[in-house]
Design a protein around this ligand. Structure first.
Ligand SMILES: Cc1cc2nc3c(=O)[nH]c(=O)nc-3n(C[C@H](O)[C@H](O)[C@H](O)COP(=O)(O)OP(=O)(O)OC[C@H]3O[C@@H](n4cnc5c(N)ncnc54)[C@H](O)[C@@H]3O)c2cc1C
Length: 395
């Protein structure tokens, strides 16, 4: 039998793929990472990362390299409507980490370079699907001169929201809700944000603003899918809808758009299973809800640690199946995901959202807990208790 091309093949060089590959290479595994777009690419992203992201970057040994690049350390995020706002302010919580704003093309490049420096082989190649034998994933198919199969003992699918690995294994599920369009771009000029990001909630839309260093602010707008008229240019639609969110428009009134508008819709994705014989899914490939609570990159990086642990365990046992991966993801993410779904429901009523912001401002304990959970450094279980939910909703 032909010997494998790598012990582990990682498909996708975003945060999830680069981090999974790094941890496995550090454990002495032979890892080949395949990324279709190479090292330099832009992505639709709000570019705001919670304190929990900074914590995982430190564990990966990549924080210093990230901090050496152009970035903004942020004291937190102002979240609110025209009626009321709530400040997620990290330093005054006594936590030594702050949030981070950095362009995705920089963050992704640094993480991929970091993986390569740890011994990961990185190739620019488009994967077209999985190779399966006897019900087990034995490698991936890649587009070369013809179609070639690369073999491995394990395949890690970190190929994002449109994962070809997930699709070729028939794992994608239909998402009925939420169905939204996300649009992002950069502004430069005299924007009024200070050291905080801002999240403005309006009727059927919200907008996130995050300074990312170099005089730029990342601007992300989320609207219902299907709202953009087919005949209207994306840039024009973006600017028109932004102007309808007065807080965001005020913050950017002396700044101007300096990049194209990139979009993705529908943003949410769901899969039936995250692991099986010879493979697992990580990052957006394993599912995504909505960027409002900003946890996409945190889930990608924390999920990468769990994925690497599961693959390493299976390889050590000489096993095909990453036992325990589904369970460890559930323990890490299920409560926060429930909270995020509740927050998604609240987004449909800016009035109720304002009421909750007022209640958080008046209740120190509730506010600290919400800050920690949205900052990805406290577990979400407490926020799902009826007493806590009542503390947010009470008149
Ligand atoms: C509008 C919007 C705003 C967002 N804002 C934020 C935010 O402010 N903060 C935050 O934390 N998260 C945010 N997110 C979420 C965040 O961008 C994702 O959760 C994150 O990118 C997931 O990382 P990943 O590595 O799983 O996937 P990706 O970053 O998508 O990486 C997947 C990689 O796989 C590669 N790939 C795909 N197909 C193939 C193939 N066939 N062969 C080889 N390579 C392939 C791609 O080129 C890509 O580099 C936002 C998302 C959207 C849509």
């Amino acid at each position: 039998m032909k010997s494998p091309d790598a012990e582990v093949l990682v498909v996708g060089g975003g945060p999830a793929g680069a981090a999974t590959a790094t941890v496995l290479a550090r454990a002495g595994r032979d890892v080949l990472l395949l990324e279709k777009d190479g090292f330099y690419r832009e992505k639709p992203c709000g570019e705001y990362y919670s304190p929990g992201v900074v914590d995982v970057l430190r564990r990966l040994g990549a924080l210093e390299a990230v901090m050496a690049e152009e970035h903004a350390r942020l004291d937190g995020m102002r979240v609110g409507t025209e009626l009321a706002g709530f400040l997620l302010s990290y330093p005054d919580g006594g936590y030594d980490l702050r949030a981070l704003g950095i362009r995705r093309k920089i963050l992704d490049r640094v993480l991929l370079e970091h993986a390569r420096a740890r011994g990961v082989r990185v190739e620019t190649t488009r994967v077209t699907g999985v190779a399966v034998k006897g019900g087990r994933v034995i490698g991936v198919r890649v587009r070369g001169a013809g179609e070639e199969v690369l073999r491995s003992r394990f395949v890690v699918a970190a190929d994002g929201r449109r994962s070809v690995i997930s699709r070729s294994l028939g794992l994608d599920l239909r998402v009925r809700w939420p169905r939204r369009l996300g649009l992002t771009t950069h502004y430069a000029g005299d924007y009024r944000l200070g050291l905080f990001g801002e999240m403005h909630v309006g009727e059927e839309a919200y907008c996130g603003l995050a300074p990312v260093g170099g005089g730029l602010v990342s601007v992300g707008l989320v609207v219902a899918l299907g709202e953009k008229p087919a005949g209207e240019a994306t840039e024009r639609f973006f600017e028109r809808r932004l102007a309808e969110l007065p807080g965001a428009a005020r913050a950017l009134s002396d700044a101007e758009r300096v990049g194209p508008v990139r979009g993705i819709g529908p943003m949410a994705r769901k899969v039936g299973r995250v692991a099986g014989p010879g493979y697992l899914l990580v990052g957006d490939a394993a599912g995504f809800l909505d960027p409002f609570t900003g946890e996409g990159v945190h889930r990608a990086l924390r999920g990468a640690e769990l994925a690497a642990e599961a693959v390493e365990g299976a390889l050590r046992r000489g096993d095909d199946v990453p036992v325990g991966y589904e369970r460890s993801r559930w323990a890490a993410f299920a409560d926060k995901e429930r909270l995020c779904k509740i927050i998604q429901l609240l987004l449909s009523s800016p009035r109720l959202f304002s009421h909750i912001a007022d209640n958080l401002n008046g209740r120190h304990h509730s506010a600290e807990l919400m800050k920690g959970v949205l900052g990805d450094y406290r577990p979400a279980a407490e926020t799902l208790k009826p007493g806590y939910i009542w503390s947010l909703l009470r008149p």
